[in-house]
Design a protein around this ligand. Structure first.
Ligand SMILES: [Zn+2]
Length: 161
């Protein structure tokens, strides 16, 4: 499993990489900037992340993974798996909202890489707002994402949303 950490220069939280390494995985860094917009950004990231054909786990720059979370993705037979985390709403609402499978801490099976790249060429994707991307991915793949128990630590809740 390829563990990808997309980040913006200066925004990588000091606990993100150690939280991955502590589970026995090597984090792969993907530096990017926000200027080209979300659609070309994800196209660029998906191209590189899925290049090897391996399963891809994404852990965003401000997330702290927890013991056993990454291994649970390898043990689960589902195609898309993720963990929830707090955003800017109370706990119960955050969990209810977690079914949309945010990209913060998620694993895609390697064979989905080609479908994700196709998606980035669609008009729907090119015109999507940042907040719509995860929902569009779930609809495009026609896969119900699998929510794993437990929450990732979200270190910059005020930055997102
Ligand atoms: Zn799962």
């Amino acid at each position: 499993m390829h563990v990808a950490v997309p980040y913006i220069e200066g925004m990588l939280h000091p606990r993100t990489l150690p939280s991955i390494a502590a589970q026995g995985y090597a984090p792969h860094l993907y530096v990017h900037d926000r200027t080209p917009g979300i659609a070309p950004l994800y196209r660029h990231l998906f191209l590189r992340m899925f290049a090897s054909g391996e399963d891809v786990a994404i852990v965003e720059q401000d997330k702290e993974s927890r013991s056993g979370f990454l291994a649970s993705y390898e043990e689960c037979p589902m195609a898309v798996c993720f963990h929830g985390y707090q955003v800017r709403q109370p706990f119960d609402q955050a969990m209810a909202g977690a079914t949309f499978a945010s990209f913060g801490h998620i694993r895609f099976r390697g064979h989905l890489g080609a479908r994700l790249l196709e998606l980035t060429e669609t008009d729907r994707w090119k015109h999507a707002h940042r907040s719509e991307c995860e929902g569009i991915v779930a609809q495009w793949l026609k896969i119900k994402p699998c929510l794993h128990p437990g929450e990732v630590v979200h270190h910059h809740p005020s930055y997102c949303g």
